[in-house]
Ligand binder design. Structure first.
Ligand code: GLN
Length: 606
């Protein structure tokens, strides 16, 4: 039976049949291919990196791809998750708050994603429950199988219709054996049957231990968990072994023996210096060819396009590896103990550094430990400072102290979202003489609420998806530092996630003190905005006053891509190089020409 025959036997919810396979209009079974990526043994293996890298290799071949991540948790989106536990909240252009892996997909594929590319159990179950109330199940008792699994299959097929992708890359969150994702695994098992032969490819990521006391790689946990996957009806076509060091042939043989996966499809995916080298290592291991064969996509491959895309990408990798000029950027934040909370900031700095031939090392500084007294010493060895996004009151005084220091000492500064708001507070207090200026997020009774809640936010109750979210254009003031950075670029669209903004009542006063609002929202204010002003979206200090002081209400780190680094980050790294007396590379060329100054007493930091 091909996919269509199978589906003609399925039917809709009724008493007549046990099958339940809702199908979006326009979907033709058997036409879309699916690659499913599952994790075994433990979480944090880099399923997103694997899946996005393989998708990138397929994209290079001229094949259209679309990724989706299925999360097991019941939150409807990632917006209410603590970044300290789950990593940064990534925001898509349409305002969807999602897992940080979506950032990896966007960067790897250079593609803007939408809420269709992400779902959670909370979303799946909400849909099922709403459908039940609307009488959508025709008197049936609503069950995990087939109704909840039917909704999962529907989501995947909706993405197939909307994206028109030839291959959908599906990442199942969590680990095989988790209760939360068991129904996702069941759904994809059903889907692979319904779509027919050569439609689906299953990849199991696993982990090979190497206990230092043994000095030997061990595959038992991987074997056991792969068996568990088999018991769920899934026999992977490919096994990708994560490990610290290259996985030995012996270990790969053992896995092949226990899982019936041919040796040439069991490969080592050991740690590497940049995630962007993974696409090339997948090619090197022949994984792309294996998947092309399994899905019978040979006729869709455009070898010339692939060679061209590959050489552009490899240019990035070699620039990254050759980048030699050390600069140190201090990141002053709250979640500095967990780097995943600032994943996109780290990536954006890598992109910018690579474009300029600079090797950026990071100095993590907990804002709660900074005071007026220790800030000078604490920031002595950094060449630039970033205050990234944040929420709440903890560590705000330390951020203010840091911003005052960098403003007065001419240290290059980039403020991101909260870092923009705190820069306004610092300027109001220390330059405009408004001593107790604050954000109403920190002090609701401040006499000078220079940062206040957005008018549209005042009446909102609850926490989920209630902020000003998603992509907005930035209207840039001509003849400013920012407009100079953008050059010929006609549009500068950035992502936003905030509840507070610059209070328009103070804009004149701040400008009179010398602060320049160089970016505003382009739209006329909505009728419910009593002040009738545009939202202030970026600020700067004139270059006569400070070599580089720029901040934005947006999150430019979210839209920086390896081959198109964000201009604000590039400018920050350039200013950091200049502070070290180094000449940045002229542009992103094949051989960086950066001239490094000798390491000073602060050392190179890496
Ligand atoms: N807490 C601030 C606000 O809600 C800044 C948010 C952020 O940094 N993402 O406006």
């Amino acid at each position: 039976m091909d996919g269509e025959d199978i589906l003609s036997s399925l039917g809709d919810a009724s008493d007549e049949t046990e099958f339940y396979t809702p199908m979006p209009a326009g979907y033709r079974p058997g036409q879309t291919k699916y690659v499913f990526v599952l994790g075994t043994v433990m979480s944090g293996l880099g399923k997103g990196i694997f899946s996005s890298s393989l998708a990138k290799v397929f994209q290079d071949k001229g094949i259209t791809v679309a990724p989706i991540k299925l999360e097991g948790y019941f939150n409807r989106d990632s917006g209410t998750l603590n970044p300290y536990r789950h990593g940064e909240v990534f925001v898509l252009d349409d305002g969807m708050e999602c897992d940080m892996d979506l950032g990896t997909y966007e960067r790897m594929l250079d593609q803007d994603l939408t809420s269709l590319n992400f779902t959670t159990s909370g979303r799946i179950f909400s849909t099922v429950l709403e459908k039940e109330r609307a009488g959508g199940y025709l008197g049936r008792d609503v069950q995990m199988i087939p109704h909840v699994t039917g909704e999962v299959k529907n989501r995947l097929r909706e993405l197939a219709v909307a994206s028109r992708a030839q291959v959908i890359f599906v990442e199942i969150g969590g680990t095989v054996g988790d209760v939360e994702n068991a129904y996702y695994i069941e759904a994809i098992r059903q889907l692979s049957y319904e779509e027919g032969p050569h439609s689906c490819c299953f990849v199991a990521l696993t982990y090979i231990l190497e206990p230092s006391t043994l000095g030997e790689q061990k595959s038992k946990p991987a074997q056991m968990n792969l068996k568990q996957l088999n018991a769920m009806g899934i026999h992977p076509h490919i096994i990708a072994c994560r490990a610290q060091r290259p996985v030995t042939r012996k270990v790969r043989e053992k896995l092949a023996l226990y899982s019936n996966v041919p040796m040439e499809r069991v490969f080592s995916m050991h740690d590497c210096d940049s995630i962007y080298v993974v696409p090339e290592s997948l090619r090197g291991a022949g994984i792309d060819t294996a998947v092309v064969e399994l899905l019978q996509l040979e006729d869709c491959v455009d070898r010339e396009a692939e060679a061209a895309a590959r050489s552009v990408w490899n240019g990035y990798i070699s620039r990254f590896r050759q980048a030699a000029c050390p600069v140190t950027v201090g990141i002053i934040g709250k979640y500095t103990t967990l780097r995943d909370s600032y994943a996109s900031v780290i990536q954006a700095l890598e992109h910018a550094g690579t474009a300029l031939g600079a090797r950026v090392s990071l100095e993590w500084i907990d804002s709660a430990e900074l005071t007026d007294a220790n800030v000078g010493e604490r920031l002595r060895c950094v060449d630039a400072v970033i205050v990234p996004g944040g929420f709440g009151t903890r560590g705000v005084d330390g951020k203010i102290a840091a911003i005052q220091h960098v403003r007065m000492q001419g240290v290059p500064y980039l403020g991101l979202c909260y870092g923009f708001q705190v820069a306004v507070i610092e300027f109001a207090r220390n330059v405009c003489g408004l001593a107790e200026a604050n954000s109403t997020e920190v002090d609701v009774h401040t006499p000078y609420p220079v940062i206040d809640i957005l008018p549209g936010q005042k009446s909102i109750e609850g926490m989920g998806a209630t902020m000003r979210l998603g992509g907005q254009d930035l209207l840039v003031e001509p003849e400013t530092l920012l407009s100079g950075l953008l050059g010929e670029r006609e549009q500068y669209r950035l992502r936003f996630r905030h509840r507070y903004e610059v209070n328009p009542d103070f804009v004149e006063r701040l400008e009179a003190g010398g602060l320049v609002f160089c970016g505003r929202s382009p739209h006329e204010p909505a009728a419910n905005q009593p002040h009738g002003q545009r939202v202030m979206q970026a600020l700067e200090l004139p270059t006569e006053v400070h070599p580089f002081f720029l901040a934005t209400q947006a999150h430019p780190e979210l839209t920086s891509r390896p081959l198109s680094p964000d201009p604000m980050f590039v400018a920050l790294v350039r200013a950091a190089l200049a502070r070290r007396g180094q000449q940045p590379a002229v542009s992103a060329v094949d051989s960086p020409v950066t001239v490094c100054a000798p390491a000073d007493e602060c050392g190179t930091g890496f």
